[in-house]
Design a protein around this ligand. Structure first.
Ligand code: SF4
Length: 562
């Protein structure tokens, strides 16, 4: 098949803060370099650089979801006068912060925020609008933006990454080209920078082929589910942030919740739950509804109406999970490389800084005309010499502490605050190792009855209503992008041992067990068009037989304001 080839100097894969900050930084460096040479300095101009950034969403920000209260440290470095540049992404600045411990019926406000969680004065942002704002800056500087293009394959020349192949469009469910078939293109790049977010497809191809994670701990995740609620006018307290611990999670399940005051009479509420939860029946969307039904939440938010929903895996292994960050021709940035501080549940600033350091390395590589591993190694050196390490290394054993349960984790955090984190990184397992069989957790096959929350369709909503609120759309006539290698396991072994946890852990009701009259048993049915691209199934499936691969570019959620 003839494919169009597009040569570029540097290709950023992913339209998140890491790649956008990197692209802006790279253009700034090239422009200053060229200006210095034009003014009589030594060296050669980098003439007409082609810097491209691709994203699988229909537009930049359409797949973006985060809390988010941002630590502006990296943005201050990238665009020092950002506050004067119409920062449309800022909802509010934090004015009032509360930390609350919830039991099933009670709420106990703590006298202070836990160390490192204070955010007074920081901006509460819409990550989608932030990405759009950064993308406009990047475009003004000459970065070429390609949206609606999913990277499906790395391009290799011997053992060197030389770019990315985008997915074909117009393939039918039977795998055959339809009349609107368009082959993907080969974007050939001197340097490829991967910032695809958590569990990136191309990042995994690179890590697997080059063994980049052989000396680090596994990537581990929480699932974050978030809703935006429209409130009666005048009821949203300006700049308010509430963090909660406890209900609806039990002492075996790590996670927590947040409420952020937004502009235009809206609150965001979100819940994070570890994807290593032991209970196979863990259902983050349902737990979020239970949280909203708590008397404390109902009093605060009960008059609200859900208008937006989304879900995404969040990398929480921190410093311990950062893999080797470079290979011949490629570097990894952002969530794809675990740049998030789990002790603060903050990563936007770390991702941006990593993107900027990768950009500095790409700039050196362009000047030298060489993108070998020995040149790109400077990226890892830059990370190690930066404030990323200063911030992340002290919490390197945060996740390992919680690997043994919530109480053990709290004790371990307390000890490390007093005595320091210790010299060595403590090992931990990948999330899917932690799920226990239903007989172990519930004492019998299958799941216990739920203490049902009352769905009212506006404040407490079911999954399918929330899928509608996510704006998710997929071309129906294409192959499913959820690949299950052995469905027989689902109908037999998994049903018996784990009760088909995919029907619970998927926050978009993609996986359903339907009774098959012919075989007289429940079999897996996949509604892939509901998928919000959170990657939970790829991560949490106990048999590791589900793979998430990119659907046609431009498909998926339309978060817009999340
Ligand atoms: Fe997330 Fe997988 Fe469900 Fe899609 S199918 S929403 S990636 S769990």
């Amino acid at each position: 098949m003839q494919r169009e080839a597009m040569p570029v100097d540097v290709l950023f894969v992913g339209g998140g803060p890491a790649c956008l900050a990197g692209a802006i930084r790279l253009m700034d460096l090239i422009q200053s370099h060229n200006a210095a040479i034009d003014a009589g300095g030594a060296g050669e101009r980098i003439a007409e650089p082609t810097i491209a950034l691709m994203d699988k969403g229909s537009e930049i920000g359409s797949h973006a979801i985060s809390g988010a209260v941002m630590d502006p440290r990296a943005l201050d470095e990238l665009i020092p006068d950002w506050k004067q540049q119409d920062p449309t992404f800022v909802e509010r600045y934090v004015e009032e912060e509360t930390f609350v411990v919830l039991t099933k019926t009670m709420a106990f406000p703590a006298p202070m925020m836990p160390p490192g969680m204070e955010d007074h004065g920081n901006p509460i942002i819409s990550i989608a609008r932030f990405q759009k704002w950064l993308a406009a800056k990047a475009e003004e500087k000459g970065v070429m933006l390609f949206t609606g293009f999913a990277g499906t394959q790395l391009l290799w020349e011997d053992d060197k990454v030389v770019g990315v192949r985008t997915g074909d469009k117009g393939i039918g469910p039977d795998g055959q080209p339809k009349s609107n078939f368009e082959p993907g293109i080969d974007i050939q790049a001197k340097v490829t920078i991967l910032g695809e977010g958590p569990r990136g497809t191309l990042t995994r191809q690179l890590m697997n082929r080059k063994g980049l994670d052989k000396d680090s701990q596994p990537m581990v995740y929480e699932i974050g589910v978030k809703e935006v609620l429209e409130m009666p006018p005048g009821t949203v307290k300006k700049g308010e942030v509430i963090l909660t611990l406890g209900y609806p999670l039990d002492l075996n399940t790590f996670g927590g919740a947040f409420i952020y005051a937004l502009a235009d009479d809206k609150y965001a509420i979100g819940l994070l739950v570890e994807l290593g939860a032991k209970d196979p029946a863990m259902d983050a969307h349902y737990l979020l509804q239970k949280l909203k039904a708590h008397p404390y939440m109902r009093k605060k938010l009960g008059a609200g109406k859900v208008v937006k929903y989304g879900a995404k895996a969040v990398t929480v292994g921190g410093w311990a999970s950062i893999p080797k960050l470079y290979a011949d021709g490629a570097m990894i940035v952002g969530d794809s490389a675990s740049f998030l501080n789990p002790a603060r549940i903050k990563g936007i600033h770390l991702s941006m800084k990593a993107g900027m350091l990768a950009a500095e390395t790409a700039f050196e590589s362009l000047k030298r005309g060489e993108a070998t591993e020995s040149v790109l190694k400077a990226y890892a050196d830059r990370v190690n010499g930066s404030w990323i390490r200063e911030e992340m290394e002290p919490s390197k054993n945060f996740h390992a502490g919680f690997d043994k349960g919530v109480l053990g984790g709290m004790a371990s955090v307390g000890m490390s605050l007093v005595f320091g984190p210790g010299k060595d990184i403590k090992p931990f397992d990948a999330d899917y190792h932690h799920m226990r069989k239903t007989a172990h957790v519930h004492g019998h096959k299958g799941y216990p009855e739920r203490d049902e929350v009352e769905f009212d369709g506006t404040y407490i909503v079911d999954k399918l209503t929330d899928v509608y609120h996510s704006g998710t759309k997929h071309e129906e006539k294409q192959p499913s992008h959820l690949k299950v290698v052995d469905r027989e396991v689902c109908a037999t072994q998994c049903a018996e041992e784990y009760g088909n946890p995919c029907t619970r852990f998927c926050p978009a009701q993609v996986y359903n067990m339907h009774f098959n009259e012919a075989t007289k048993r429940n079999e897996l049915h996949i509604d892939f068009s509901n998928c919000v691209h959170c990657k939970t199934c790829d991560i949490r499936d106990p048999y590791q037989i589900i793979s998430w691969v990119p659907p046609e570019g431009g498909n998926g959620p339309e978060y817009g304001v999340m």
